[in-house]
Design a protein. Structure first.
Length: 104
């Protein structure tokens, strides 16, 4: 639906302000959702690209669904619990050498 500028100017000022606020909220939630998604290692369903599509093409509702449901995956307690994490303890030993023993 393409609306010429003349018709857009005919809309009441209050409606234009409300539409502008809605667009600002939508874009803010989408950016927040995409940034949060990029920082997470684990998401429900295990596929980050699916959540990115939900956020991008779901508009306001897609971003809200991600922020409510997509963030529900528990964050790993330690970096060893991440997918592909080092279960042998080599990473932990390296981190302990760099930053000191966490258990001390």
């Amino acid at each position: 639906m393409h609306m010429p500028m003349e018709k857009l100017r005919d809309l009441p000022t209050g409606l234009l302000i409300a539409l502008g606020a809605l667009v600002l909220v939508q874009l803010s939630l989408q950016v927040w959702g995409l940034l949060d998604l990029s920082r997470r290692e684990v998401v429900p369903g295990g596929r980050k690209w699916v959540w990115a599509l939900v956020i991008l093409f779901g508009n306001l509702l897609g971003a809200i669904v991600y922020l409510v449901v997509g963030r529900s995956a528990p964050l790993p307690a330690t970096f060893e619990d991440l997918p592909g994490g080092d279960r042998s303890g080599k990473r932990r030993a390296a981190v302990d050498r760099l930053y000191g023993d966490r258990d001390a």
